[in-house]
Each structure stands twice: as structure tokens, then as C-alpha cells.
Design a protein around this ligand. Sequence first.
Ligand code: C2O
Ligand code: CU
Length: 489
Amino acid sequence: MISRRAFLLGATAAGAAGFAPSALGHMAVSRDTLPPNAPVRHLALSAAEMEVALLGPDKPKTQGFCAYNGTPFLTWRVPLGTRLMVDFENRMPTPTTVHWHGIRVPNLSDGVAPLTQEPIPAGGRFTYNVPLPDPGFYFFHPHCDETGQVGRGLVALLLVEDPAEARLGFDLEHIIAVKDWRLDADGRWMPMFTDEGASTAGSFGTVRATNGSVIPPRIEAPAYGDVRLRTIVADSTRTIEFGCDTNNAAIIAVDGQALVPLPLSKLPDEVWRMGPAMRLDVHVRMPGPGEEVKVFDYRTAEPYLLTTLVAVDKGKKKTPFKPIALPAAKVPLPDVRRAKKLDFIVQTSAGATAIAPPLPADDPLAKALIDSFCVGDKTFWAINRTSWGAGADLRLPPPLDILKDGDSYRLTITNVTKHVHPMHLHGHVFRVLSSTRKTAIPPYLADTVMTEPNETVEIAFRAKSGDWVFHCHILEHMDAGLMGWFRVA
Ligand code: C2O
Ligand code: CU
């Protein structure tokens, strides 16, 4: 049942777009995830181009950087349980949408063209209804020409704060945003989508950076203090192996969802592999005054220094390290025993022909077309022989499957390609149950899961009504076919 309020909120969001959304005739309005009396916060959001010195001081500046509200890595902190009504204006010369990654939003605020809205043209506006039912570390980004716009900087962070966390005793919280820049020596953008990249591991940035800076940040933290390090891979392409040079570090949340603290020292190679879109909260205990903790990406042959934490004396005494557990996550959990099993293969598109169930002919989405500006011009990838539209074939593919609202599903995802694919499902938080390669990791909650070549991972979730995409978060892969969708009705 769709509550009248949820329907009205959806209608507001669609009506504010200022044009007739073509595909919204179908019943994809999903249940609200907050009570009707939840506090509302109205926020203005715009996307525009600007000039930024990305290569460092004394180097040529970069034009055409894309940012929200004129702020690279705009960061919003909002109390848990708030409903954001976001008045968005597109001040860029090209179409865009906004997707609220990892947040259980109503389907009409999910930002996916053409499933949930039309692209917002230059000068256009759209109001997003973004309830925040779960604490954690989220982000938002475009979902049309995502490769081009995110490549040029268009991402923002959204931290949903549980007041109970303030009492946990962290001395410092610090964000590490991993994002490279694809620039030539004169600070000009290089093409974000290349056939060579899109058909392999993706086109990497030419310049590595942390929080926008090519110089790894040095951050002061109280000696013997407790630091909450919140890391996001906001890059379009890069996968990192997060690690640090201390034994006193434990993972306390994945993709914003709390887990029983997992010491990094218990993991294979003492690292956590993070692909594009993945977030990780780590509790780090600082050493004594003057000492440092270095945080690295160990995936590259020469470990890349992401950030240095420098211990400064603030009068804190040395105590044994005990990882701080966050309040347990409260997202709807799947009934794994009764879950229906579905199998998905991530593959190249060679010879792909859809085997998915077609939509009824009278469904407004049955003949929907994808805006050519939103996707790449070639198709290289598929899920179960079905590719998202790209290039000359811009028809919306049929759904990968039609699921039932409230039912639990257990998905196996098998990667039969030679490259990693971080797979993301919209509108849900899922449980990662198992992996054929990472057998030492207990189940945890996430919204994006890494699949390595020849690996099968199993996830489970409780389906929520709406039309939700399921895709690789290496953006060129997604724009070259590696995206499908589920109808949950
Ligand atoms: Cu960050 Cu479709 O996702
Ligand atoms: Cu991929």
C-alpha cells in the first residue's frame, strides 16, 4: 500500500521538475522510510562549473571543474531521522540528475534517468525528497553522464549523525576522500570515457589526490587518542587496499553500516579492498606524542600514502586499545532462510541477448529510451546477457527480474571477467553473506560489494517497492552496459 503522504511527496518531487516526466505513470512510488511527522530540513543545492587549482600551487588552474554549491567535496552533516527536501538547480551547461547513494529514498527521488525521472536540463530544477532513516556515511552524485561529471569533481558527502555517537568518546573524526584527477600537464581534462578504459579496468586518473590535494594531508590528533577515520573511494575507477601502519585499528562500519569491530590485523594482508563508491569507518588509536600513523593504499606496487595522522600531546594517558562499537544498524534485514535465490553473471557483452522477463507492453517503461548524453557510446559489459543501453541502442532493457515487495532475496553474483567490479544496488542496504575468495570475513551490511575475477559473492536483502538499478560502480563500465534493474512491485 502506498500511503497518501508518500504519494504526495513523490508527486511534489516530480512536479517540481518543470516538465512532464515521461516514465512516471507506473506505480514505482515506494513506501516512506520515515514517519510523516519527521523533522524536515529544506536545503538548496546547485551544480555548476568552476575553476580550481588541482595540480597544486604554481601550476596551471583547471577550468570546468564541477561542484555542488561551489564547494569541492561539499559535506553535509544531518541528524538521523531528518527528511531533507533538496531544491536542486542545474547550473551546468549539460543535463544531470542527483542520486543519493546508499540512502533508502523513495523511488522517485533516486535520480536515475529514465527509470525514475528525466535528465534535468541546463537551467532546470528538481526537488528531491531524501528521508534519512539510517545513520552513516553516504554520498551523492549525478546519474547521467556520471563518468564525465564525477570525473570532473561532482560528488558530495552526506553524514547522517546519530546523537548517540557523540557519547562514544572519539577525540577526532577525519574524512579521507580518495579521488584522482584525469588531467594533462597544463591542467586540462583528458577524456573520461575511453574505449580502452571502458573495456578493461577503466581509465585511471593521471594525478592521485586525497581530499582534492595532490599532497597527502597531515592531520594532528591527540596522542593516545581515538580517531574515527571515515574513508570513501569517490574515484570513478580506482580500487584501493586500505591499511595503516599500526595494529591498533579496527573497522567499525562498512558503507556507513555498523558492524562488530573487525581489527584490520585479522584481515588477509591486513587490508580492506575498496572499489569506487565504497566507504569504511575505522577506529584508529593514536601512538605517543610525536609519533605518526600512516594510512596507505597498499594496492599499488609502491604503497600510496593517503594521509598521515600526527600525534600531539593533549594530556591523554596511554590505555589499552579497545575498538569502539557503533550503535547496531537498524536497516530491514532479509529472512535468509526463506529468501528466494537468484543468480547473476557479470560478463562481457559479446554475444549478449536479453534473457530477462519483458515488461508488459502497456508499461510506460516498456518503450522508454535512455538519453544518449547520459551513457557511453559503446557497450562492453552485461549482467545475465542483458546490457544497459549505450551507443546506438538506447532502449531501456527489460528488468533483470521482477521481485515482490517485502520478500527476501538471495543473490549470487559471479564475475567471469578479468577485471574487478564493485556492484551496487540502489534503494536497499544488503547483507554480504559470503564470498568464494574472502572466506575469513563474517557477514556484514553494505550497499556496494566487490567482485573479483572468478569470484562469486552472495548478498541478501528485503525488497522494497520501486524500480532500482543494480550496476558496477566503475563508471565507464556502468556507462558501457554494466547496469540492470529490478522492478519490485
Ligand atoms: Cu553511487 Cu547508481 O550509484
Ligand atoms: Cu565494473
